[in-house]
Design a protein around this ligand. Structure first.
Ligand code: TRP
Length: 442
């Protein structure tokens, strides 16, 4: 059987950027910047993206293209039985992420629907209650979660390259332009400069291992690293594509959109006198107030939540593509059946996630709501672990083949191959290990 392939270089970059750019940039990054204390966290995030992030995204794409297989198949083919555990960890982690990601995707649909019907309030004092009313419900958020997961499943069943590539090619640029317009409105609100300062001015005294751990988790999340999403996407890449170049593009775009996301949310938080440390609801609590202050705000609001939904979908499909490619290729199960099975498992995990945020606050694990427990386990344990193991594998056992893949057998230059080697062999395992140890124990 002929394996699917991306149609063009631009298409691949847009698809990989589509996986990177999602709720992570506009929902997660701003609220983490808020709870982690602002500028220093942002700076750490950018530094990690430009070093470990670039090296690992290149590596994952190259491994996938070399093996032309799902993550488990990739580790099996390139490293033998001993390494398949890393692939299995990847499939497992991807499934968990998608469960809480779908809950937030569901909020996005809810806000889109409410914007269309004009039932969202823009009064700053009502925004918290309004958000709490949605997530604290029982049926409403769960139905929206099912809708989000259903959309994701439908797209993945339709095939990876075609559907994804065609839609992201024009949606990504559009999202970018829209974000710029909204950021301009947010930073020119009276009192917004406090927020800009909070977000951009690093206070280095705040830095501790916990913050580095959070920035590392955010960087991995944002580049879709550490669980084989980029291995899977790389497996559909043609042999002529320039992997280092594409990787830099994806990292740059992911950083830019995260910065725009932060500049959209945090200045508004300060302008409306809200609490930057409010947590996962921050983006949803803040934005309606921004639209309320805008010319044709209702129009921008509908457009924004529609774009956010699409950005979320181009990411969630890359998550679901992992288990689907795995079961389809390793066990020959049809895409349709696997996707349906994945839907059920993920949805069953998503239900307690959603309930733990309001309707059933007693759903706690180790003091965290079930939602936060899953998200923290992924950020602080599963993704860094997957990333470190991938780095060790590629750096110590496969570097020769990796260099061939990164330079297309020596036909394209890659001046920093030596730096990539040091990052993979030493910096990634030691650094990540140290951070994981401390942020888990501490
Ligand atoms: N990068 C996406 C975001 O920022 C989330 C995501 C999609 C992801 N696929 C992934 C995270 C794979 C980790 C692994 O919204």
């Amino acid at each position: 059987m002929q394996r699917e392939q991306w149609g063009s270089r631009f298409g691949f970059i847009m698809a990989a950027a589509g996986s990177a750019v999602g709720l992570g940039n506009i929902w997660k990054f701003p609220y983490l910047a808020g709870t982690e204390g602002g500028g220093a966290f942002v700076a750490l995030y950018l530094i990690i993206m430009a070093t470990m992030g670039v090296a690992l995204i290149m590596t994952e794409i190259a491994l996938g293209r070399r093996a032309k297989a799902n993550p488990v198949g990739t580790f099996l083919k390139l490293g033998g039985k001993r390494w398949t555990g890393v692939g299995i960890l990847a499939v497992f982690t991807g499934t968990i992420i998608l469960s809480y990601y779908s809950v937030v995707g569901g909020w996005t649909i809810a806000y889109l629907v409410k914007s269309i019907f004009g039932t969202l309030s823009a009064a700053p004092e009502e925004l918290g209650t309004q958000f709490g009313g949605l997530v604290g419900g029982v049926a409403e958020p769960i139905i929206y979660t099912a809708a989000f997961l259903g959309l994701t499943t439908a797209i993945v069943v339709a095939g990876v390259t075609d559907g994804i590539e065609r839609s992201v090619k024009f949606l990504m640029p559009l999202l970018f332009i829209l974000l710029m317009i909204l950021v301009i409105r947010s930073v020119t609100l009276p009192g917004a400069m406090e927020g800009v300062k909070f977000f951009l001015q690093p206070n280095w005294a705040d830095v501790d291992v916990g913050m580095v751990g959070a920035a590392l988790g955010m960087a991995f999340f944002s580049l879709s690293l550490g669980m084989g999403a980029m291995i899977t996407y790389g497996s559909y890449l043609n042999p002529e594509a320039n992997i280092p170049n594409a990787s830099w593009w994806v990292v740059t775009l992911a950083c830019l959109v995260a910065l725009l996301g932060g500049l959209l949310v945090l200045p508004a938080v300060f302008a409306f006198g809200m609490d930057p440390g409010a947590g996962p609801g921050l983006t949803f609590i803040t934005l309606p107030a921004v639209f309320g202050e805008m010319f044709a705000g209702w129009f921008f609001q509908i457009l924004f939540f529609a774009m956010l939904l699409i950005a979320a979908l181009t990411s969630s499909i890359s998550l679901l593509a992992i288990p689907v490619a795995f079961f389809a290729e390793q066990y020959g199960v049809s895409r349709r059946v696997t996707a349906a099975g994945a839907f059920i498992v993920i949805f069953l995990l998503a239900i307690p996630c959603s309930l733990s945020l309001g309707a059933m606050p007693e759903l706690k694990v180790m003091g965290f709501t079930f939602f936060d427990f899953l998200s923290e386990t992924v950020d602080r344990l599963l993704m860094p672990l997957g990333g470190a193991l991938t780095a060790v594998f590629a750096g110590w056992f496969l570097f020769g083949k990796l260099s061939e893949e990164l330079t297309n057998n020596g036909t394209i230059p890659c001046a920093y191959l030596g730096a990539v080697k040091v990052l993979l062999r030493y910096a990634a395992p030691l650094g990540i290990g140290y951070i994981m140890y401390n942020s888990l124990i501490g």
